[in-house]
Design a binder for this molecule. Structure first.
Ligand code: MN
Length: 503
């Protein structure tokens, strides 16, 4: 696992000097052993770095300021070995701008019934020390993750691992640049939003770029570059005879698709962009809708949103980043067509072309077919159906006074052949079923575009929303319309009051 190798999570142990220097020496030794154990568990994607004990307000503040200023540090784990009076954490917590994980654990797994005495009790006080610390974080209304479990327990380690992925995604988005070729699709509301507020909340930055700049990059692509990429396509995907025949129209369209892909990748690299959007109405000078390019760039980790949808482009990049190394993949998707079939009613997920091949159930085929929309030449695309299994479909919408993340747990089922619809697709049943799941999604104001992942969980996305400090609503097997509507009403009130209190 090398994706997160440049990142660190800091481990800071709370203690106090009440029990003398010997106690602090033991606290330090235990902490060292725990951090070593966590790192050697092989379960954590990010290295934990022990930063020592903190015994005073000055030490807490210094530790957290250092965390803020270290680019490698993507988050801080705190743990109170002894009682750690929480007033000493106030100034440090006021400073801390990195994600916080409060690990409620203990050095010893079990109570040493025969040996336990008052010295042991004074040294091993996590049970009440962590409550004192937790009170202060709650009093300060600071979002944080709380994980409870023994540090050697795999379940607790896996929870830490998931949170680390989220913290890494957060770090990645703090310098994310999203390039938009063209604007939103005209008149579309749900994919639009406040880009200034988005930069304040999520850290990423959205820039516009005329398509002419991409065309200029395209003009520099040589035939040798294109030939090499076309050969790579032929080796990577199932290709029909027409795709392989150098004299065919299909071959030529794949050739042109490769030209766009090379230009787009070079352009994004040169800009330092991690995500981009396209608009099918703004392709002057480009041969075809860049379907294949978008599919392959998504698989490399570039965030993508169609029709100017920069929020979904950003969310896809973040979800891809968090899920690196996990087995089943993620994609940009769109609710396309409903299939009513009682309790098995489902939604066909697709797009014009731009679905990420990471979610394919087997090797995609490379095909060229006409596309009515956009008025361009026939585009190349990868065609496949998606894996079966449970995943999360997520979106972020701008509600006018706040961002809301909506997450629906969905069950991908086997699709049928689509002989006349040669695009990549998935077929899913939203939990708890189409009737309730889609109604709740619509009531929450959710998009038709989503960022979908098989590998991430509701908890991961909740942690992300907490770090960003945005609203999140979940639609899953426990959802009822009555309680969901009430939740939306309460949330409206909460965010209205919250804003009033801040101003
Ligand atoms: Mn769309």
């Amino acid at each position: 696992m090398t994706a997160f190798k440049d990142f660190e999570v800091w481990f800071v142990t709370g203690a106090q000097l009440l029990y003398g220097g010997d106690a602090v020496v033991k606290v330090d030794a235990h902490s060292n052993e725990m951090v070593k154990g966590l790192n050697e568990s092989g379960k954590l994607p990010v290295k934990v770095v022990y930063k020592g004990t903190v015994n005073s307000a000055k030490e807490v503040t210094a530790a957290f300021k250092a965390a803020n200023n270290d680019d490698k540090c993507i988050g801080v784990i705190t743990w109170m070995h002894t009682f750690s009076p929480a007033k000493m954490w106030i100034h440090g917590l006021q400073e801390l701008r990195k994600p916080l994980l409060h690990f409620h654990t203990q050095f010893n797994k079990e109570i040493p019934w025969a040996e336990i005495d008052m010295d042991f009790m004074n040294l091993n006080q996590s049970a009440h020390g962590d409550r004192e610390f937790g009170h202060m974080v709650s009093r300060m209304r600071k979002n944080r993750k709380v994980i409870v479990g023994h540090w050697q327990d795999e379940k607790a380690q896996l929870k830490i691992a998931s949170w680390m992925r989220v913290a890494a995604g957060w770090a990645d988005s703090q310098d994310m640049l999203i390039i938009r070729f063209g604007d939103q699709m005209n008149n579309v509301a749900v994919t639009d939003g406040d880009k200034v507020e988005a930069e304040l909340k999520f850290g990423y930055h959205v820039d516009y770029c005329p398509i002419a700049e991409l065309v200029a990059e395209q003009d520099k692509v040589t035939d040798e570059d294109i030939k090499a990429l076309v050969d790579e396509y032929h080796a990577s995907y199932d290709c029909g005879a027409d795709i392989l025949d150098g004299r065919s129209k299909a071959y030529n369209q794949v050739w042109e698709a490769a030209r766009v892909e090379i230009a787009l990748r070079r352009f994004l690299k040169a800009k330092g962009a991690k995500a981009f959007t396209t608009n099918f109405d703004d392709l002057k000078g480009i041969d075809q809708l860049p379907g294949l390019a978008c599919q392959r760039l998504m698989a490399e980790g570039y965030g993508f949103g169609a029709e100017g949808d920069w929020k979904t482009a950003a969310l896809y990049r973040t979800m891809w980043f968090m899920g690196q190394g996990l087995p089943k993949g993620c994609s940009f998707l769109e609710d396309y067509t409903l299939h009513f079939d009682g309790e098995n009613s489902s939604i066909l997920q697709a797009h014009m072309l731009e679905v990420c091949p990471l979610i394919a159930d087997k090797k995609p085929t490379l095909e060229v077919h006409p596309l009515g929309i956009g008025g361009k030449n026939d585009p190349a695309r990868l065609v496949f159906t998606s894996k079966e299994g449970t995943g999360v479909a997520a979106t972020i919408v701008d509600m006018g006074n706040r961002f809301r993340m909506i997450v629906n747990v969905v069950d991908c089922i086997q699709s049928k052949e689509l002989p006349k619809l040669p695009v990549a697709s998935a077929l899913w049943i939203p939990q708890p079923n189409l009737e309730i799941g889609a109604a709740a999604w619509i009531l929450a104001g959710g998009t038709h575009h989503t960022s979908f992942s098989y590998d991430l969980t509701v908890e991961d996305l909740q942690d992300y929303a907490d770090i960003a400090g945005i609203e999140m609503v979940i639609i899953d097997n426990d959802t009822t319309i009555q309680s969901f509507k009430r939740e939306l009403q309460y949330n409206d009130l909460y965010y209205m009051l919250n804003r009033a209190l801040q101003s």
